[in-house]
Design a binder for this molecule. Structure first.
Ligand code: HEC
Length: 127
């Protein structure tokens, strides 16, 4: 059902645009295939271990490794608006940058459409 909604709301051009933006700006952390295994992911985990010691009293403000965009439980439970908010505002100290001042609203929705596409490709591969 979600697949249907997203496919009907997005165009091939929007997806292609999202894919390009993702490859240039997001894949280093989130991984080419969205699994959260980009080249910076290990660095973020290491930074998390050290920042947890220095940032006493702010347990949420530690570096974290990127989430797995191919996990169905995570992605099908996440609303598009939640993802948009995260991209706009960033992780506030977790390592997820703030993109709200960099991308247009249209670019951000193209990115979200592309992030959801990992879900559907994943299901196709696994089935
Ligand atoms: C420097 C590394 C880094 C880059 C670059 C990066 N992210 Fe993230 N991102 C993270 C981390 C770490 C998290 C998990 C922690 C958090 O939620 O704050 C995250 C979380 C997210 C989430 C929230 C997922 C959820 O279910 O809560 C979204 C959506 C997201 N990123 C999208 C993007 C997009 C789109 C881009 C490119 C425009 C991008 N990220 C670039 C590190 C990064």
């Amino acid at each position: 059902m979600t697949a249907f909604i997203w496919q009907s709301n997005t165009t091939p051009a929007a997806l292609a645009n999202g894919q390009q933006l993702y490859a240039q700006n997001c894949a280093a952390c989130h991984g080419e295939n969205g699994a959260g295994d980009g080249v910076f992911a290990d660095d973020l985990a290491a930074a998390g271990e050290s920042s947890a010691q220095t940032m006493t009293g702010a347990p949420d403000m530690t570096m974290r490794t990127p989430v797995n965009f191919t996990d169905p439980a995570r992605m099908l439970g996440a609303s598009p608006v939640l993802l948009q908010g995260k991209i706009l505002r960033g992780g506030m100290g977790t390592g997820m940058p703030m993109w709200g001042s960099i991308f247009t609203e249209e670019q951000i929705w193209d990115l979200i459409a592309y992030i959801y596409s990992f879900q559907f490709e994943y299901n196709v591969v696994r089935d």
